[in-house]
Structure formats: C-alpha cells, structure tokens
Design a protein around this ligand. Sequence first.
Ligand SMILES: Cc1ncc(COP(=O)(O)O)c(C=O)c1O
Length: 427
Amino acid sequence: MPAHTEPYANVLETIGWTPLIRLNKLTQGIRTPLYAKAEFFNPGGSVKDRIGLAMIEAAEREGRLRPGGLIVEATSGNTGVGLALAAAVKGYRCIFTMPDKMSQEKARLLRALGAEVIITPTAVPPDHPENYIVKGRTIAAAHPNAIFADQHYNPVNPEVHYRTTGPEIWEQTAGRITHFVCAPGTGGTVSGAGRFLKERNPKLRVVAGDPLGSIYTEYARTRQKTEGHPYKVEGIGGDKIPTSLHWDVIDEWITVPDKDAMLSVRRLAKEEGLFCGGSTGVNLVSALEVARRVDDPQALVVTVLCDTGERYLSKVYNDEWLRENQILDTDRARARGEELGRAAPHFRRADRYGASGAQSHEHLQRVPAPGARRRRRRGRRVRTGAHGQGVGAARHARPARPGGDGRAVSRGGRGSTRRAPHRALVA
Ligand SMILES: Cc1ncc(COP(=O)(O)O)c(C=O)c1O
C-alpha cells in the first residue's frame, strides 16, 4: 500500500504511523520473528516527535501556553527536536537545557531549528541547580507565558504512546505481538505503548532494556534509589525516578553495557540497513536475548528503533571516539581494520530481573565472533528444519485491514485519515 498519497497541511501531520520492519540477518538462527518499529522515520528523526507535539497541544488546550509563548525543556536532544518542530510551525520560542554528554550534532540541530540551547554539566546530582532539569524549571518559572514541557513528569508523555504507538504496533502485527521490548528514558514509550498492548493481550510480556549504570533496574527490583554510574548511551536509563515510567507495566529488566549496545547498533546499520543511535543498541541486544530465549516461531517480538544514527556520527559511528572510551579494542581494531561491529568476540553481562524481583539472577553470556556465530547457526538451522526460516515473514504478507482488530486506530494523534499508514503486514 503506498504511503503519502496526498499532501499534508504541515510537517506535524507526518508524525506517527512509522513502519514496522522485520530484522532478518541479526536474527539468523533464532526462530522467533523480531520486528522493529522504525521511529527514526518521524520527521524529526526520533520517537520524541510524538510527545513534542502532544505536550504543546495539551498546554494550549489547558491555556498554559498562549500565542508567542516560550517552551522550555530539559532534553537529551530528541525531545527538543520534537518540540522545536512544533514550535517552528506554531510560532513559539524554545529554550532547551541539555547535559554536556550529549552529542554536538544534537545541540547544532536544535539551534538549526531555531532553539536556544544551554549546555549543563552531566556530572552533578539530580537536585543540583546546574542539573539540566532543575535549570530548565528555573528558566521557565522566570518567564511569563512559558511552559516547562517536563517530559519526565508530564502524563501526556505516556498517554500519547498509549494513544498512538501502542495501537499502531497492535494493528501492524494484526494482534500477534507477544513481547514488547523497549528501554525507558523518561519511560513514556514503554509505559504507554506497553500498557495499551497489555490491555489488548494480558499475556503479552513487556521487557525493558537498561544501560549498565542506570538506577532503573535496581529500583525495579528493590524500590530503593541507588547511586548510578555514568554510561555513554544517550536518552535512556536514569539517575532519578520519573513518573512517566510506569513500573507496573514492565515484567522484566535486561541490563546492557555500552559496548554491547554500540557494537550491536553498528551491525544493525551494516547488516540490516537501519541506521540508529546507541539507545537502539540497548533495545536490540535486549530484544535478541528475548527472541533467542523464547525461540518460538509463533511468538512475535517487537522493539523500537528510537532515533537516527546521523545524530551520533561523532560518537557511536566514530572509531576514534569508541577507542577513547574503551568501547573498541584498539590493537585488534587496528590489526583488522574496519568491521568492528564484527571484530572481537566480547562478553555480554545481562542482569535480568522479574517485576517482582523474585527471580533475580545474573549470568554471563558470550556473544561469539561472527565465524563462530555462523558455524553455530548452521548447526542450529539443521536442527530446527523448516522452522529455521521463521514464521510471519514478509513474503506471507497480506493487505492490512483498516482497524484490523475492529477498533478505530488513532493516526499520529491528529485523526488524519488522508495518510496511508506504514503497515508491516504481519500475516
Ligand atoms: C535516543 C533516545 N532513545 C530512547 C529514548 C527513550 O524514550 P522514552 O523517554 O519514551 O522512554 C529517548 C528519550 O529521550 C531518546 O532520546
């Protein structure tokens, strides 16, 4: 079905209804089909376009934001882009506070979209006046006709994912999704989409990836706030407890080190042609672990491709930066040249917690070198026989039924019926 067959009134109408795309190479040897919701197809290049527009529209409806007003937000970059797009179309001014660990590309992009960007130190406690959230709040409070968008504590954030992302995934999989895997930053995506999907199918499991160093996994297990430690992946994990993150929705947590996330997302670009940032690497590692463990052609795992890799050309896709941060093995990398996503075997430590904390355990899992992986896959394919190709492949696609579950599905939050949505047609 062709998309975009009619013109749009403005760029904001193109937010949402992102494609759901099957991963074919990274999943070889795994019988569970794995699909990815390609949120980088949004006009601002990330999942955050959805909440940028929704938070502004809610503030307008509530009379908190009037023409000519100021929008302030603490952002790792992507929410700023979502807000700045909507602010450009609607004529608002934007000021964003951003921690200094975030990539230069993001700050430049926000400035290109007309926003003012204030860089704050990453290494300060959450209650420090220079913390990016505290500083953003202070700036908003000092201006008349200004809102602090407050993605970490704004109920509109999970709500828009409940209203759009969740229903889109449900329809794109024709209700066959069994596992939703998504790493929380503010928690809006996993909480909103996860809640919608669980309401549709109470047996569906929601799994959260979490960067090693974030406090979320430990909080989920103990409900105690601990001290985290710095990590390099941007936009996910946290050192505070946001109300946009609904802990009750998440059944299991998987901890992913920076190295595994970044090397995996580089493979995603090279082997699947999907170019994304480091947070997508956390989703990918977690989703592959779930798919491998479930090992069932009748199951269906969906994860999220959060944002475009273009935002990380100076980091995740820069070998020098990876070496400086001990993410690449310098000697081996030099010896072998490129293809570092495939280079050295490395070890992945995945800590998994059930929501109850009762099944807490950890294990070491080896991610083998590509040669070893191929050898093992070959052996496995023989064992799995016809199932080795997986079920629900694109070749079984059939035309999507509008509202395939018999329920009206919101499109990008504005009810536009003119746009043909991307549907993965999972039959
Ligand atoms: C790159 C990136 N990935 C993932 C997320 C997480 O999404 P959410 O805040 O909905 O949990 C964010 C949030 O800022 C992000 O910037």
